[in-house]
Design a protein around this ligand. Structure first.
Ligand SMILES: [Zn+2]
Length: 425
């Protein structure tokens, strides 16, 4: 069934096509690199000027004291709110304004915002300045069509999603900025016909094995932490990977390969430090007394983080039972609980109806393999009625020659505008 506002909204958005392109380009041209967190104030000022002209009241908020915040790199956030003419609920669009490093392999200017055919190129084009631009155009088009709407529309642009979101959405949630919000859409690049209900959980840990240093010509006088770690890795291969492969989830995670528990060993280091660049000498002969790995374990809504950690401890204890001098330490680095919004939640239902109206197709429900700011809205803001929905192809995020499609942005802007119509008209 097509919503009666579908065609008028699409026409409003089509009229704003050049504006949408310019807005996306302008955002890409402000290099908000994180780390270290450059130009956050500049992008918030730019968006505040834009949204104030559209009747929004803007709050520029610095997450003072949050991890990463400093005088050199202050963590600035923007919350913009437009009141309706009648009481009602609040729909909040949240986009992170930071982007990851450029990396190698680009054939386009990463901060040029070049338009070529239907594509706009640049770091952050799809993740997620195109999504921010689409949500702004959606709100402006909706307000033009339905000036008498109920409730309120909020648009936030927040810092540091790429480094955990503590100076962004987490800080806003801690300071009550989601207390009067009923619906949240995060326009991350999940594709215009998909509703992302949430994400898997994360546990990062460092595992260290201990040994005893000695001369490399007499290794029997020492105790090699690297050999101990070798035994750990062997045990991970032998028992942990098969165990994780057997843990399947009911969460509709995409891609399919992530529909189970996964483990990545991010790094390994043992023995003497890596030589400094330019060092031309030989290494010194020593038995390694320390070896460390970083584990990146992604877990499912069906798992408890305690049980995830216990698997690793049990594994290390098994190794210890076979190696008399084996000593280890596990240090927690970071953890995030899985989050999954119910399919019956109002924002999910409204978005599904809007996708059907605009695209004539049934929405696909997905869950992200990695986390995003929904975790803070769920855990700190205690708001379950939250999804990620936005234009772009997730695989392009963090890649060279990242781009966003103009037609995709327009289609998803029409969907977001209709969500507002469903919830506030
Ligand atoms: Zn993102």
């Amino acid at each position: 069934m097509t919503h009666p506002l579908t065609a008028p909204l699409q026409a409003e958005i089509a009229r704003r096509r050049d504006d949408l392109i310019r807005l996306t380009q302008d955002l890409i041209r402000i290099p908000t690199l994180n780390p270290p967190g450059r130009n956050y104030r500049q992008i918030c000022d730019y968006l505040a000027a834009r949204l104030e002209a559209s009747g929004f009241t803007c709050h520029l908020l610095r997450a003072e004291g949050a991890p990463g915040d400093s005088e050199a790199y202050p963590r600035w956030n923007l919350v913009a709110r437009r009141e309706g003419r009648r009481p009602g609920e609040c729909v909040h669009f949240n986009g992170h304004h930071d982007v990851v490093e450029v990396g190698h392999g680009w054939t386009r200017d990463p901060f040029g915002g070049e338009l070529d055919g239907d594509r706009i190129y640049g770091r952050g084009a799809c993740d997620m300045k195109g999504g921010i631009a689409a949500s702004i155009i959606a709100a402006e088009a909706f307000i033009a069509l339905c000036p008498d709407f109920a409730g309120a529309i909020e648009i936030s642009a927040t810092a540091d999603e790429e480094s955990g979101g503590f100076g962004g959405v987490a800080w806003l949630a801690q300071n009550g900025w989601f207390d009067n919000v009923q619906h949240v859409l995060i326009p991350e690049p999940l594709h215009k016909d998909r509703i992302c209900l949430g994400h898997r959980g994360v546990w990062w840990a460092e595992v260290e094995t201990r040994g005893r240093i000695a001369h490399g010509s007499m290794p029997f006088l020492g105790d090699s932490a690297i050999r101990h770690m070798g035994a750990v890795l062997e045990e991970i291969e032998r028992t942990l990977y098969p165990l994780l492969a057997g843990k399947r989830t009911a969460m509709p995670v995409i891609p399919e390969g992530a529909r189970q528990s996964t483990l990545n060993i991010n790094s390994i280091h043992g023995g003497e430090p890596e030589p400094e660049p330019g060092y031309t000498g030989l290494p010194a002969p020593c038995v390694a007394d320390r070896c460390r790995i970083i584990l990146d374990r992604r877990f499912l809504i069906e798992e408890e983080v305690g049980e995830v950690k216990a698997e690793v401890t049990a594994l290390l204890e098994r190794v210890k039972a076979t190696r008399p001098s084996f000593e280890y330490e596990v240090r927690d680095l970071f953890e995030v609980q899985p989050s999954m919004t119910d399919r019956e939640a109002p924002v999910v239902q409204a978005t599904a109806r809007a996708i059907a109206s605009v695209l004539g197709a049934e929405a696909a429900y997905v869950v992200s393999p990695g986390t995003y700011d929904q975790k803070h809205i769920d855990r700190i803001g205690r708001l379950k009625n939250c999804i990620a929905y936005g234009p772009g192809v997730l695989d392009l995020a963090h890649q060279p020659d990242e781009w966003i499609g103009v037609q995709d942005m327009m289609d998803s802007a029409a969907v977001m505008g209709l969500v507002l119509a469903e919830l506030l008209a």
